[in-house]
Each structure stands twice: as structure tokens, then as C-alpha cells.
Ligand binder design. Structure first.
Ligand code: ADP
Ligand code: XUL
Length: 543
């Protein structure tokens, strides 16, 4: 039987995953992962990163990512996966992170020796040992400077699809240029995590796709070209240092001989540009039409939706990225996602099972106990100094804390996602925490929308595999429609629909208002939320 295999790789915050799909009649999906902390302990990362300066500076090691790539492919060989039958490969990277390389990068890639590990040969190509990643929030000054040069917030949003954000690549590049001019000028090429790993597979510099390129504050969101004004506002001679931009679905070449010789990939394996994890997830979770949305509960929590047309968030909290289909996606991102949930879980020495049991036995509304969970600096709303605020309960109240963090996360998401939320008929859930049905039940009640849980929780790797299959079939004249393609792979998965409990509609409609009062009291000197919170308690808990 002929099998058409496609590979999607996902270099996320905490792991590298490879998802292999068989696109022929049989249809199958299988996934394998390398966890950075556990399987590459020599890099000494915690949750895949290094955190310093009060949580503001967050970097990772690009050498760890390439070592993980060799490790994952070795695992594939041990498992006897049919690498020689893979027709095309694409990938996914945590967004915004940047990798700084000198002028030997491309020449070394062109003559890689398949008897040596990648990491040994690429040791000296970095002008900066570590890479700032999406959790970094140390560039407030640079954000202000770029925004000011571009004519203010609204002009910046309309030009690049987002306000300037601390973690975005442009402000990060500007920070390097200002703080370490030598490293900046020694840098010949600046890649994103996605285009960096794509280059390794390709054996030369890979382009950046429009999906991930939109997370840099450097790409014109309408023309999808590097924008001269944005480049000039960021750092000198930047155009020379950036790879070209391309559609996410373009074929960019074939796999480098290193991987053919070492792992037995076919020499004509096609490569499709890597994109960001969220654009890939858009495909993996099947959002190729409007009226559906997704929540991704990974290291970051994100809420996103496919958009046919350009639509920006002038309140400046959200982002407009390119979608792999060539259209757009709207997104908001939280830094206090899984790692904040883990903080509470670990604070009370709970397993996920015990954590979920508390969610099952505590009431919606949590007796009016409300948390603002800024364990780490937050993106939405912008909080630079991490601090956790509790209204009506203490730090040692285990039950109160467990429910409060989950309710806070989804109340905030409901509040801040309105610009991208055209009343979705259903919200699809993905990411590591989407296995947790109790968490999804709270989300369903807060959004008052059905939430669908899938058995594949890494939709970014799956999305990359599906993207590579689409480009491959298109390239051989066997065009397949995006929606038809994604539906085939959604339909073979088991999925569970969580239906909101109508008894809590009014409660959460009221609670989101109290939550908003708490947020604006702390962050914007708003009025005291206490009378509203007391009224809420009286109405729903009777004392
Ligand atoms: P990323 O892709 O950003 O590296 P993942 O999507 O793999 O992250 O998610 C990893 C996170 O999933 C872990 O940090 C962990 O907190 C969370 N997780 C795993 N299992 C559960 C569970 N049963 N309940 C809640 N969260 C979970
Ligand atoms: C999105 C964002 C995160 C990262 C890591 O803007 O910063 O979701 O892509 O997953």
C-alpha cells in the first residue's frame, strides 16, 4: 500500500515534538517529544528557559534546540519510523524569539558532516550565546522608542498588526543594537526560532513566513513586506540582516544532504517554511473558516481565531498575524498560563488529579474570591512587575486559590478577547492543559460556549504536518482545499464536547464585571471593587 507521510516539527518553549501523519487512505497521526529540561539537562533550563532580572529577561539556548533535533531524529530511527517515505516537512516555533548568527552560518550549513552531531559543527555560528524568547519583557524603553518613531500606537498597530510588545523581535533587536553594538554589528543574519530551524533542515538561510513574520513589529501587515519605516525605527542596516519573507505555503527547497545521509530521508523530501506555533495551531485545530475560535493552554495561554480580512485591535492588547492559508488570524496571549497554574499546584503539593478534584468540588463564583494571577510579568493586561493579588481570601486557602486561578484566567480571556470574538459557535481547545476536563468545564461556563477537547493536544506540530501535506499535494497538481484537509484529520480524532451549564450564565456575566473592577483598581487606579464584590457574594452565596 502506498503511504504518504508528512512530518511536522514543533520547537515550543518546553519541548521539541515531531508529529508524523499518513495522508493516504489509512490516515494516522503519531507524535514523539523531547523534553528540554529532562532530556537535555546539561543546558540547565527550567521549563525550557533561563529567567533573570526579576522575571524580566527570559532567554533560551539555540544550541539546545538543534541538539534536540538530532536527538528526536535518532529516536525516529530507533523506532523504525519510515523517514524515507516522508514527502514533505514543515515546522513550528515558539513565536518572537530571535537567533543571532555570524557570516559563517550559511557556509557551515552547506558542508555539514553527517558523521558529526549538528551542535558540534554549529557551535561557533552564534554572535549571541542565548536567544531572547517570547517570555522576555525587558524592552519597554525600546517599545516606546519604536512606537514614537512610527507615529504612535494607532499608527504602529495599523502598520505592523500589533502595538510594539516587549517580546516582539523588533524591540528585542533594538535592545541588542543599543546595549551591545559589537554583537549587533557582528551579526550577519537574524532568524526567528522558526526560520532558524528551517534553515538547518534546508542547509541554507530559510525565509521567514508571513505568519511568524507578523510577530516582529517589522513587517507591513498589508503588503507583507519588510517595512522600511519599521526597520529604520528599530536598528541600522537591519534589512541586510533579515532573511526574505515568504508565503507560509511556498515550497522552499529539499532537505539538506546531512539528514539524507544520517537519517535516510529521501533526497527529494520537500521543505515548507516553518511558522509560529499559533499560526500552525490554527491549522492543526482546524480553524480555516470564521465563527470558530481556539484556546491554546500551553506554556502560554492564547485565544485565537481565523480572520478573512485585516482586523486590528486598536485597544492595543491583541495581535494580527498572517494565517498559513494566506489570510489572517487574531490572537491574544497570556504569559501566566500553565506555569502560573503549576505555581498554585506546587504551592499546595497537589497532583493534577488532586487539583482537578478541587475544581470539581468548589462552586462556580468561588464565594467571590478573586485573584489577579500575575506570577510572571503579564502581556494582557500589561503588567511588568509580577505580583499576585487576592480579593477576599488568603495565600494559604488551597481550595480558594485553585479555583481562583482558573476562573481568573478565563475571566480575563473573556474580557480581553472581545475584539476577536464574533460569538464563536464552538471553541476548540489545545495545548498541554487541554487534557484537563475540569479546567475546560470552567472555560465553557465562563465563555458560555461549547468547548471541544481533542485527543491530540499538540496542534502546532500537527498543523505543520498538515501544511506540508497541502503544499506537497498542490506541488504535484493534486490540489486539496484547506477545510477539507483539516476536517479529515479532525474527524479521525476522538473529541469530547463540553457544554456550558446554563445555570451559571448570569453568575459569570456578573463576575466578569467584578473581575474587571478588580483589574482596573490595581492597574489603573480605578474605583474600589469591594462593594461590587460584596454585592456579588450576597446575590450568589447569600451572605
Ligand atoms: P508548550 O508547547 O508551550 O511547550 P505544552 O502545550 O506542551 O507546552 O503544555 C505543557 C504544560 O501542560 C505543562 O507546563 C503543564 O503545566 C500542562 N499540563 C500537563 N498536564 C496537565 C493537566 N493534567 N492539567 C493541567 N495542566 C497540565
Ligand atoms: C504568541 C506568544 C506565545 C509563543 C509561545 O504571541 O508569544 O504563544 O508563541 O508559545
Amino acid at each position: 500500500m502506498i503511504m504518504d507521510y508528512f512530518l511536522g516539527l514543533d520547537c515550543s518553549t518546553q519541548s521539541l515534538t515531531g508529529t508524523l501523519v499518513d495522508s493516504s487512505q489509512t490516515k494516522s497521526i503519531s507524535s514523539y517529544s523531547i523534553n528540554f529540561d529532562k532530556e537535555l539537562p546539561q543546558y540547565k533550563t527550567q521549563n525550557g528557559v533561563y529567567i533573570s532580572n526579576d522575571g524580566k529577561v527570559v532567554h533560551s539556548d539555540p544550541k539546545m534546540w538543534i541538539e534536540a533535533l538530532d536527538l528526536l531524529f535518532n529516536k525516529f530511527v530507533q523506532l523504525n519510523l519510515p523517514l524515507e517515505h516522508i514527502k514533505a516537512i514543515s515546522g513550528s516555533g515558539q513565536q518572537h524569539g530571535t537567533v543571532y548568527l555570524n557570516n559563517s552560518f550559511e557556509s557551515i550549513l552547506k558542508k555539514l558532516d553527517s558523521h558529526q552531531p549538528l551542535v558540534n559543527q554549529l557551535e561557533n555560528v552564534f554572535t549571541r550565546k542565548t536567544s531572547p524568547v517570547w517570555m522576555d519583557s525587558s524592552t519597554t524603553k525600546e517599545c516606546e522608542e519604536i512606537r514614537h518613531t512610527l507615529g504612535g500606537m494607532e499608527a504602529t498597530i495599523k502598520l505592523t498588526g500589533s502595538n510594539t510588545f516587549e517580546r516582539f523581535s523588533g524591540p528585542q533587536i533594538r535592545k541588542l543594537f543599543k546595549q551591545n553594538y559589537e554583537e549587533y554589528s557582528n551579526t550577519s543574519v537574524i532568524h526567528l526560532v522558526s526560520s532558524f530551524l528551517s534553515s538547518i533542515l534546508l542547509g541554507k538561510n530559510s525565509p521567514i513566513d508571513h505568519g511568524d513574520g507578523a510577530g516582529m513589529n517589522l513587517m507591513n501587515i498589508e503588503t507583507k513586506q519588510w517595512d522600511r519605516r519599521a526597520l529604520d525605527a528599530t536598528a541600522p542596516h537591519l534589512l541586510q540582516k533579515l532573511p526574505s519573507l515568504t508565503h507560509s505555503y511556498e515550497v522552499i527547497g529539499t532537505i539538506s544532504p546531512y539528514f539524507v545521509e544520517k537519517y535516510d530521508f529521501a533526497p527529494d523530501t520537500l521543505l515548507i517554511p516553518w511558522s509560529g506555533d499559533n499560526p500552525n495551531s490554527l491549522i492543526g485545530i482546524g480553524l480555516t473558516t470564521e465563527r470558530k475560535a481556539a484556546i491554546s493552554l500551553g506554556t502560554s495561554d492564547t485565544y485565537f481565531a481565523y480572520l478573512k480580512q485585516i482586523s486590528v485591535d486598536l485597544s492595543a492588547e491583541g495581535h494580527l498575524f498572517g494565517a498559513p492559508t494566506g489570510d489572517y488570524m487574531g490572537l491574544i496571549c497570556y504569559k501566566n498560563g500553565s506555569l502560573a497554574r503549576e505555581k498554585i499546584k506546587d504551592m499546595f503539593n497537589l497532583s493534577w488529579k488532586a487539583f482537578s478534584a478541587i475544581l470539581r468540588t468548589t462552586p462556580p463564583g468561588n464565594y467571590g474570591k478573586i485573584m489577579l494571577p500575575y506570577f510572571f510579568p503579564e502581556i494582557v493586561p500589561l503588567v511588568l512587575k509580577p505580583e499576585v493579588y487576592r480579593f477576599g481570601f488568603s495565600e494559604d486557602d488551597s481550595e480558594g486559590n485553585v479555583r481562583a486561578i482558573i476562573e481568573a484566567q478565563f475571566l480575563s480571556m473573556r474580557l480581553h478577547s472581545e475584539w476577536v470574538r464574533e460569538e464563536p459557535e464552538e471553541i476548540y481547545a489545545t495545548g498541554g492543559a487541554s487534557t484537563n476536563i475540569e479546567i475546560l468545564e470552567i472555560a465553557a461556563n465562563i465563555f458560555n460556549t461549547n468547548i471541544r477537547q481533542f485527543d491530540i493536544t499538540n496542534s502546532a506540530a500537527l498543523g505543520a504536518a498538515l501544511r506540508s501535506s497541502k503544499s506537497y499535494y498542490d506541488s504535484i497538481g493534486n490540489e486539496i482545499d484547506w477545510t477539507e484537509l483539516v476536517d479529515q484529520f479532525l474527524n479521525i480524532q476522538k473529541s469530547v464536547v463540553i457544554i456550558p451549564d446554563k445555570r451559571y450564565i448570569a453568575l459569570y456575566n456578573d463576575m466578569v464585571k467584578v473581575y474587571q473592577k478588580c483589574e482596573s483598581y490595581i492597574l489603573k487606579n480605578g474605583e474600589d471593587p469591594e462593594p461590587y464584590r460584596q454585592e456579588f457574594i450576597k446575590k450568589y452565596f447569600g451572605n
